[in-house]
Design a protein around this ligand. Structure first.
Ligand SMILES: [Fe+2]
Ligand SMILES: [Fe+2]
Length: 160
């Protein structure tokens, strides 16, 4: 099994994903389900290829799968999801065979993926943040007017 599928199969990941689906069942704004994580992964990989960034596919998919897993802690304990997610990701990545350099790279991308957080200063962080934003169809969202994203961040039309 490749490493990003071991993340998907990881017991803690499965538990958090399932709790997240329940916590967001009535959410009218963008949800953070597997489809979102895979949308982000695929957009990241397209940009990676288009711009010759040479970031490996399993690092990209792993970062995308884990980037919003801290949402449970945000809803339940009020901890910002990027901070909670980076700590959870480090533990899961360790179990799935990622070395310290890889874990630091993925966890720092998760830590600064929020659009309102400090500037993303490395390739994976910038890529994750860009793809996360591009993945959202704001132009087709009935809750767009109430969304906390500012108008300069929302996608006004289909992005390609
Ligand atoms: Fe996020
Ligand atoms: Fe996201």
């Amino acid at each position: 099994m490749n490493r990003f599928n071991s993340i998907y199969r990881h017991k803690r990941y499965r538990e958090l994903l399932s709790r997240l689906q329940k916590l967001e069942s009535d959410r009218k704004f963008c949800r953070h389900h597997l489809q979102h994580f895979l949308d982000v992964a695929r957009i990241m990989y397209i940009i990676d290829l288009e711009e010759n960034l040479n970031i490996s596919k399993d690092i990209i998919y792993s970062a995308a799968l884990l980037h919003d897993i801290g949402r449970v802690s945000q809803y339940v304990d009020g901890i910002p999801h990027n901070e909670a997610g980076a700590a959870i990701a480090d533990e899961i990545l360790k179990d799935c065979g990622f070395d310290e350099t890889e874990r630091n790279c993925i966890c720092s991308a998760i830590l600064c993926h929020r659009h309102d957080s400090a500037v993303q200063n490395d390739g994976l962080s910038r890529l994750l943040s860009r793809a996360d934003k591009l993945s959202r169809n704001c132009f087709d969202c009935p809750a767009s007017d109430e969304c906390y994203w500012s108008s300069d961040i929302k996608n006004p039309e289909i992005q390609f």
